[in-house]
Design a protein around this ligand. Structure first.
Ligand SMILES: [Zn+2]
Ligand SMILES: [Zn+2]
Length: 348
């Protein structure tokens, strides 16, 4: 088959590789669509220590079962499915607490096993046995269903009483990429009264008119967006601030624009080469802020996301802005960086 193989920094080559071979208990998927994640872009540009090349990337996918070596599987040949991509041990302290995303020995599709930037992908026995494949609607485009993976991560961030968005809350999301937009949507579903988005890129802010966003604010170097934030919140600051961008300054800004009793979520990590931010921690003290972080998603988050993307009013069509064939995968990265695309989907 023709697959997009990652060979190292700035090297993704579309080339001929052997079809995946199944072992007992495995299932084979024919990939209908695989969306490009910000982490694929980051791996392409900067590499990733967790990934040993050659590796087929791609973990936001929808596929169809075309072969099964598992008679006990909860899905059968012909079923269209989404997959929860975390392979956890099931034994460690975190797995036992239902927090398989934090498993001490987790592996993940497209990191430790080949992913879905290819026409075929092997689903390992462990994932089939744990029922990590979910049958989905035949009616929706596969690139829309594939949004369940990033959406599950966003739902994880909102869970466990972390952000506690209520009806009167004003929410700011810093970063108007696809993850930021998903955070805005979930905040709205939780009942937020006002949802504002902040970004440095005008091209991204312009795209927000398609969504139910109250204010799109351009982040300026001289800090005028901080005054704007106070203006938009009657001088009080936001009840919830979500940082959906991997930028230290955004993490610092979040504390500035949070109001008293505010909840701040650092959704994305910072680059591993420089993961430090300079924060005015007096904001935590005087405003009694709470800061949370989140990583990946639990299976229950993925299930909730799978249900949400299949709801009629979920605006997937506005989030997935570009479809590209596998050969043009590296164009996806440029489209994402320029802010021209929100979510790019690859059709292998
Ligand atoms: Zn992703
Ligand atoms: Zn574990």
């Amino acid at each position: 088959m023709q697959a997009a193989v990652y060979h190292g920094k700035e090297q993704i080559i579309v080339q001929q590789v052997a079809d995946p071979t199944l072992e007992a208990g495995d299932v084979l998927l024919e990939i209908e669509a695989c969306n490009v994640c910000g982490t694929d872009l980051r791996t392409y540009r900067h590499g990733d220590k967790k990934i040993t090349p050659p590796r087929i990337l791609g973990h936001e996918f929808c596929g169809r079962v075309v072969e099964s070596k598992n008679p006990d599987a909860n899905v059968k040949i012909g079923d269209r499915v989404l997959m929860y991509i975390v392979l956890s041990c099931g034994e460690c302290r975190y797995c036992k607490a239902g927090r398989e995303n934090l498993c001490t020995s987790r592996t993940t599709m497209s990191y430790h096993l080949d992913g879905a930037f290819a026409p075929l992908m092997r689903v390992p026995e462990k994932a089939v046995r744990r029922q990590q494949l979910f049958k989905v609607s035949e009616e929706l485009p596969s690139e829309h269903l594939s949004l369940a993976e990033p959406l599950g991560c966003v739902i994880n961030a909102h869970g466990r009483g972390r952000l506690e968005i209520g009806l009167k809350d004003r929410v700011a999301v810093i970063g108007a990429g696809p993850i930021g937009v998903l955070h805005a949507l979930v905040s709205r579903y939780q009942g937020a009264q006002q949802v504002d988005m902040y970004d440095v890129m005008q091209a991204r802010l312009d795209k927000l008119s398609a969504f139910d966003i109250d204010n799109a604010v351009r982040v300026e170097k001289e800090g005028s967006h901080l005054e704007k934030a106070l203006e938009l919140t009657d001088g009080l600051g936001y009840d919830v601030v979500i940082v959906a961008v991997s930028v230290a300054q955004a993490q610092a800004d979040a504390l500035e624009i949070a109001g008293k009793m505010g909840r701040v979520e650092y959704f994305g990590g910072l680059p591993k080469t420089n993961p430090f931010a300079t924060l005015n921690t007096n904001h935590l003290h005087y405003k009694e802020l709470k800061i949370s972080g989140s990583y990946s998603e639990k299976m229950s988050d993925f299930q909730a996301a799978t249900a949400l993307v299949q709801k009629k009013d979920f605006p997937s069509d506005k989030i997935v802005t570009h479809l590209l064939p596998l050969e043009r995968i590296t164009e996806a990265f440029t489209l994402m960086e320029s802010g021209e695309a929100l979510k790019v989907s690859i059709k292998p």
